[in-house]
Design a protein around this ligand. Structure first.
Ligand code: ATP
Ligand code: MG
Ligand code: MG
Ligand code: MG
Length: 562
């Protein structure tokens, strides 16, 4: 590519509204421009890198046995109503109406679309398992879009979905995806960790996140300094459990949209901000009502909330029904074993409740005001929310350390949540109707691009790993007015391309200082400068990563680059 003919608007100044390095550098090196909050254009250089990441993703997905397809971003509301997420997803789901006043969601994710697609076509176990993926733009009206494309409202995701007749088959696909993810992020040159994602779930084998280590990350992971153990310790999206005697709290009426209905009421009742009670569930255990407030920004828990909400039927559920409802959604918060005099208990208490729900011995949990007895750890990963630096790792090996990171991928065993809600069934070997067992697997492609820059830069600009650099070689003629320099650079440009290299030729009539500064910003692995010694057949080679530079005779250049 010739720089005079493309579009790389570099900036000398650090943009004042860009907080993190990757965002600053993507603007400065001419990779992106903001269109609206959380909405970006990817300029030619960024587009090349995105395509390279996508290529790696495609290769690894295909190896894992998944086939690529492309689903609509515009999704009928009916599908989301079937799954229940039309009501539970909250304001993050962008909704639009067509000219006939029919409602649609802009795809935030595609479980609904793919479940309906597969449901309509696959009826027999003989056609399972099936893994499908797409690379597509997703829409999420994030509450706080920030850090450039790291948290956008429109972003590129690879999302894969698998359908199975048996749990074993799901496990197999999950493991293949896990390996594919490790390969993808390694090939992108990232320093990452696969971590247990849902710290509320006992066992922690059903969902993992891939976290790129970075100080600016919004996730905190706990990992063992000697073993493989690692988990995301981000709190589950629960703010508070509130408990009152039956007579002090009126049962709340159930309506179609639980999330919007009670916010006013609850926030004033609890004397907390409205934001703190985006969602709420009230249910009855024995003779007590328990109100659980749930933050609305976690899809998985939204599904659970929906199930819970349906199952408990608010004011009428018996204790057993409630427990049953909670048991079928392990990991969600429940009212089990909440002591009588608890007023508002903080997040910590909730983990115990979760553990109770997940079947741990209820006797082991005691609320002491807002403190929880940390010795009540039950099963291996049950109490990750209490884990602290310096603790013995839950697997017994090594000491716990904390690190910050960026979630770039997420694999999840969905089970039958969607297939049951949306009636995606098949006939098994014995002719019995069964819900399909599902998995889903996401990668933030555009977020990965920024995460790579976050880990690969220095004070002068980006330092691309070879595997995903937009070009391998930056050819820089010092003076375009000098014919021999110009001719030699054109000649090298053509030769390199012929040999299969990707080359960016800075043929702009700029001062060499400007060219060098831009070259450092853009960060291609090798820079070849054609200057005064061009007539003698000598050029200068500079390695971006190490900064070393040396003069090379043209005759030796090819061998050197190999
Ligand atoms: P986060 O916790 O950062 O909000 P998430 O858990 O909501 O992410 P998933 O639903 O697991 O995201 O989506 C799969 C992947 O899509 C994530 O692992 C992440 O890499 C990417 N992703 C999610 N939200 C965004 C966003 N707003 N901007 C860019 N990438 C995103
Ligand atoms: Mg999110
Ligand atoms: Mg997440
Ligand atoms: Mg996630």
């Amino acid at each position: 590519m010739k720089q005079s003919m493309t579009f790389i608007p570099t900036l000398r100044e650090v943009p004042s509204d860009a907080e993190v390095k990757s965002h600053q550098l993507m603007l400065r090196a001419g990779f992106t421009r903001q269109n609206a909050s959380g909405v970006y254009s990817y300029l030619p250089l960024a587009n090349i890198v995105l395509k390279k990441i996508e290529q790696i993703v495609r290769e690894e997905m295909n190896t894992a046995g998944a086939s690529e397809l492309l689903m609509p971003a515009l999704q009928q509301a009916e599908l989301w109503q079937e799954s229940g997420r039309w009501y539970s997803y909250g304001p993050e789901l962008m909704r639009v109406k067509d000219r006939h006043n029919r409602e649609f969601a802009l795809g935030a994710t595609h479980e609904e679309v793919i479940t309906s697609l597969v449901r309509d076509e696959i009826k027999s176990y003989k056609r399972l398992p099936l893994s499908l993926y797409q690379i597509q733009t997703k829409f999420r009206d994030e509450k706080r879009p920030r850090f450039g494309v790291l948290r956008g409202r429109e972003f590129i995701m690879k999302d894969a979905y698998s359908f199975h007749a048996t749990k074993e088959s799901l496990d197999e696909a999950y493991n293949k995806m896990f390996t594919a993810y490790q390969n993808i992020f390694s090939r992108c040159g990232l320093d990452f960790r696969a971590v247990i994602a849902d710290s509320g779930a006992i066992g922690g084998t059903d969902t993992h996140e891939f976290i790129v280590l970075s100080e600016i990350g919004e996730d905190t992971i706990a990992y063992s300094d000697t073993s493989q153990f690692a988990a995301n310790i981000e709190m589950a999206p629960v703010n508070a459990v509130y408990e009152k005697k039956t007579d002090e709290l009126k049962p709340l009426e159930k309506t179609e949209t639980p999330d919007q209905r009670t916010i006013e009421e609850i926030s004033s009742f609890l004397n907390v901000t409205k934001e703190a009670c985006i969602k709420s569930v009230l249910f009855k255990v024995d003779d007590r009502f328990v109100l659980v407030l749930v933050r609305g920004d976690h899809e998985v828990n939204d599904i659970k909330l929906k199930n819970l909400y349906d199952a408990t039927n608010v004011d009428l559920a018996t204790a057993d029904e409630t427990k049953e409802a909670l048991n079928c959604v392990p990991g969600f918060v429940g009212p089990i074993n909440v002591s009588e005099n608890v007023e508002v208990v903080a997040d910590h208490a909730i983990a115990s409740v979760v553990n109770g729900v997940c079947g741990a011995n209820e006797e082991q949990f005691h609320f002491q005001g807002v403190n929880i007895d940390r010795d009540t750890k039950v099963s291996q990963y049950a109490d990750l929310r209490f884990i602290q630096e310096g603790d013995v790792s839950p697997d017994g090996e090594g000491t716990i350390k904390f690190a910050k990171g960026i979630e770039v991928g997420h694999v999840f065993k969905l089970g039958t949540k969607y297939s049951e809600a949306m009636n995606a069934t098949f006939l098994d070997e014995n002719g019995r109707t069964q819900p399909m067992i599902m998995g889903c697997y996401g990668i933030g492609v555009s977020r990965t691009l920024a995460a790579i820059i976050e880990q690969h830069h220095d004070e002068n600009g980006i330092v691309w790993p070879n595997s995903i650099a937009p070009f391998q070689i930056h050819l820089i003629p010092v003076n375009m007015k000098n014919d021999s320099q110009k001719d030699l650079s054109e000649k090298l440009y053509a030769e390199f391309i012929e040999q299969g290299y990707e080359v960016l030729l800075d043929d702009r009539p700029e001062r060499v200082g400007v060219k060098f500064a831009d070259a450092d910003l853009i960060g291609l692995p090798v820079r070849v400068t054609i200057g005064k010694k061009a007539e003698e057949g000598i050029v200068e080679v500079k390695v971006r990563k190490t900064g070393e530079s040396f003069e090379v005779a043209l005759s030796e250049l090819q061998g050197l680059l190999k």
